[in-house]
Design a binder for this molecule. Structure first.
Ligand code: ATP
Ligand code: MG
Ligand code: FE
Length: 355
């Protein structure tokens, strides 16, 4: 099916068009630069930017793919999770489009779309897939028994998301916003073993054993790590020493990536999962890609990592999951649904009201 997807959950306005598992276009317009001086995404500014960007993005995507609205088989849109006002712009645009064209509309889960995008890079996803989702708002390990009907949360962060930790630590180090790419770059010049930062929730009382799992065997915590970096910086400043910024960045990144990959591989191994997909904005991180690759290879897990342009927020991922739902015979969502800023990952696409 020919499916158009609209994404507006955070600061990217994305419109993508796919035909089944084939990517036709992926138009993304970001309001990132408007948030830089605030050091984080300001919801009001993001919503307004979506309003300005959504129609041009739609027009650009249709033109680039060389299709008209009449050609579409379905429209898909992110209905959650994300920023309420931001989500509302994409959802309103999608509803208007569906009403005007009479095309079926599918309300899609942004997080599952970060997984579903995998079909655009290598075709259908294997059954019993693991998905390691690392983004600005989430850090989760999922078992995807079926992309369109059965997603289970195996573990997640209990406080900050990994991307959030990158952004906060970048701020502490004076690297600006967004922090992920800046730390990624700087870390290449630093020594990842210079400072031993804590690996959250790895003590035996949290881990337990395979037979008797502890309360957080597959969970992460990054707020203690962020505090440890802040303390470290304070110590250098108190001593009047120059801050080894690259070493701190590299050591912080190693702590994040070490514990993310160790627990994800453990969860897969202990659940008999032999295929893993790495997704979400932080999957753009070079060290995360590298170490996930190494540890999956060592554990006999086949790893799939979509190209970076498909890992960061975009409309093609929404279209891709929408197309999978259409092919699986999923019911359209109607136009009565609302946005859900905290939509759980287990809710893959919204069934029509009253169903
Ligand atoms: P969610 O998907 O949970 O709703 P989001 O959509 O805001 O959150 P994404 O756009 O998927 O998140 O990812 C953005 C995050 O990715 C930011 O925190 C950013 O710092 C981080 N990021 C981007 N590139 C890199 C990189 N190379 N290394 C580390 N982090 C990165
Ligand atoms: Mg973003
Ligand atoms: Fe995202």
């Amino acid at each position: 099916p020919l499916v158009l997807g609209i994404e507006s959950s955070c600061d990217e306005t994305g419109v993508g068009i796919v035909r089944g598992t084939q990517l036709l276009t992926n138009t993304v317009s970001s309001s990132m630069e408007e948030h830089v001086r605030f050091g984080g995404v300001i919801p009001e500014i993001a919503s307004r930017a979506h309003l300005d960007a959504v129609v041009p993005a739609l027009q650009a995507a249709l033109a680039d793919a060389g299709v008209s609205l009449a050609d579409l088989d379905a429209i898909a849109v992110t209905s959650g999770p994300g920023l309420s006002g931001a989500l509302m712009v994409g959802v309103s645009a999608a509803k208007a489009l569906a009403l005007a064209t009479g095309k079926p509309l599918y309300a899609i889960n942004h997080l599952v779309a970060h997984v579903g995008v995998g079909v655009l890079d290598g075709g259908a996803l294997p059954d019993n897939l693991g998905a390691l989702l690392v983004s600005g708002g989430h850090t989760e390990i999922l078992r995807v028994a079926s992309l369109t009907s059965d997603v289970e949360l195996l573990g997640s962060t209990i406080d900050d998301a990994a991307g959030e930790a990158y952004d906060k630590v970048a701020r502490i180090l004076g690297l600006g916003y967004p922090g992920g790419p800046a730390i990624d770059r700087l870390a290449r010049e630093g020594n990842p073993k210079a400072i031993r930062f804590p690996r959250g929730l790895t003590q035996p009382k949290y881990m337990g054993t395979a037979e008797a799992p502890g309360p957080h065997r597959y969970d992460w915590s990054f707020s203690g790590l962020k505090t440890a970096v802040a303390r470290c910086v304070e110590q250098y400043e108190a001593a009047g020493q120059e801050l080894p910024v690259a070493d701190i960045a590299a050591s912080f990144q190693e702590a994040v990536v070490d514990v993310i990959t160790a627990k994800a591989v453990l969860a897969c191994t202990e659940h008999g999962i032999t295929n893993l997909l790495l997704g979400g904005g932080v999957a753009a991180n070079s060290r995360l890609r590298e170490l996930t690759g190494e540890r999956c290879a060592a554990a006999g897990i086949t790893l799939r990592v979509p190209p970076i342009s498909l890992c960061t927020d975009n409309g093609a991922m929404v279209a891709a999951l929408g197309a999978q739902v259409v092919m699986a015979g999923g019911e359209p969502s109607g136009i009565g649904f609302g946005t859900d800023p905290s939509l759980p990952v287990t809710s893959i696409h919204l069934a029509p009201a009253g169903a």
